[in-house]
Ligand binder design. Structure first.
Ligand SMILES: *Cc1c(COP(=O)(O)O)cnc(C)c1O
Length: 385
């Protein structure tokens, strides 16, 4: 008997795992590997959030099960954030759901809204979780092309909107670090309404922005709540990746479907974590701005180094990534392998994010500036361009 389902067997190999294996081997051989591969914030969770958790954990009333959809304090904090940041009114009772990280919510959403064979538009290049979530729910992903020339906005004329039931978007984007203005969301909501699709916007980096750029919310579009849900996360903005807390906001029927599905799978997040996250969302975001500054400085350091190396990248206004062009003469994989084996630097080859990512590589800005300087110096020793 083989106890692995076809669905699991058919999942694409996890590219990060193979790089991590190579990293371990090289470190065992004494190489000082600089890992710019995994997009996990290195900065600590702000202390006021840690202290809030430490306080809440002392109360026995917080040791019980949470309500399935998340505690009222957390859902109200999400509504407060939407009002404060975006000027959008959402009802914490019907329009907001707590998640055990937004990745959990995105994966479960597919089970809650699609039937086997349903088509889902997935951005290419894009965050790989969308495609695997569609696959695990028995759906079929359909390509929503994005390209550098057009600033990675959706190229609707090249996508099959008529057949799709759901469309994913993600701005500020992983892996491309692309940001958009309100008009992109207005158009997306309009397309969703015209084609009777559900628009799912992954806003994991909504607060990780700089250069004066402020990310819009899909829910700022009038009537967006009839066509869209938006996923938010504290993992990147508040450096809370390991805490596993996020939220979904928007279309009340969709929120209800996801809540019903989840109530059969989990019982929401530990109450002290929800309450500490509520304190974060109700805060003045001073630490978020401070952290954004750190990411921006790292980005500038790397960008300047790449310019000296003749490697082209667009300067981003957000995220914790730089998305750069692979120099002439290499595939994404060849270039990533060269950096690993000849310079001890891990980057993620663009094709890991879809076939349209070929020709690019992604660098995570999740190490101190000295390490980025060191990476640039090592790259200068290589003969790459
Ligand atoms: C990191 C990331 C997430 C996952 O966030 P969690 O809330 O930690 O699950 C979702 N979407 C994108 C695009 C990400 O990069």
């Amino acid at each position: 008997m083989v106890f692995t389902s076809d669905k699991v067997n058919q999942l694409p190999p996890y590219l990060f795992a193979s790089f991590q294996q190579k990293k371990k081997q090289m470190e065992a051989d004494g190489v000082d590997v600089i890992d710019l591969g995994i997009g996990a914030p290195d900065l600590p969770t702000p202390s006021f959030i840690v202290e809030e958790l430490a306080e809440e954990v002392k109360h026995p009333s917080n040791h019980r099960y949470s309500t399935y959809s998340g505690c009222a304090a957390f859902r109200e904090a999400v509504a407060h954030f939407y009002k404060n940041q975006y000027g959008v009114n959402v009802d914490p009772e019907t329009d907001v759901l707590a998640l055990i990280g937004s990745k959990e919510g995105i994966a479960n959403l597919m089970h809650a809204v699609i039937n086997p064979g349903d088509k889902v538009l997935v951005p290419d290049p894009g965050y790989p979780v969308y495609k695997t979530a569609v696959h695990l729910a028995g759906g079929e992903s359909s390509c929503l092309p994005l390209d550098a020339e057009n600033g990675y906005v959706p190229l609707y004329e090249q996508a099959d909107l008529d057949q799709a039931k759901v469309m994913f978007l993600n701005y500020p984007a992983n892996p491309t670090a692309a940001t958009v203005n309100y008009d992109t969301f207005l158009q997306a909501v309009t397309k969703s309404a015209e084609h009777d699709m559900l628009l799912v916007h992954d806003a994991a980096y909504d607060m990780v922005t700089f250069n004066g750029y402020q990310s819009p919310s899909v829910l700022q579009v009038p009537d967006a709540k009839k066509h869209a849900v938006e996923f938010g996360s504290l993992s990147k903005s508040f450096s809370m990746a390991g805490w596993r807390i996020g939220y979904a906001v928007g279309h009340p029927d969709v929120i209800q479907s996801l809540a019903t599905l989840k109530s059969n799978m989990d019982t929401s997040q530990f109450l002290p974590i929800q309450k500490a996250a509520a304190a974060a969302l109700k805060s003045d975001f001073a630490v978020v701005h401070e952290y954004n500054h750190i990411y921006q400085n790292r980005m500038e350091t790397l960008y300047t180094g790449f310019q000296q190396l003749g490697i082209h990248a667009d300067k981003p206004n957000g995220t914790i990534f730089l998305w750069a062009e692979v120099p002439e003469g290499y595939s994404s994989m060849e270039f990533a392998d060269k950096l690993l084996y000849e310079a001890g630097i891990i980057v993620t080859p663009g094709h890991a994010f879809g076939s349209r990512g070929e020709g690019f590589f992604r660098i995570a800005l999740t190490v101190p500036e000295e390490r980025l300087d060191e990476a640039i110096n090592r790259m200068k020793q290589l003969d790459i361009t």
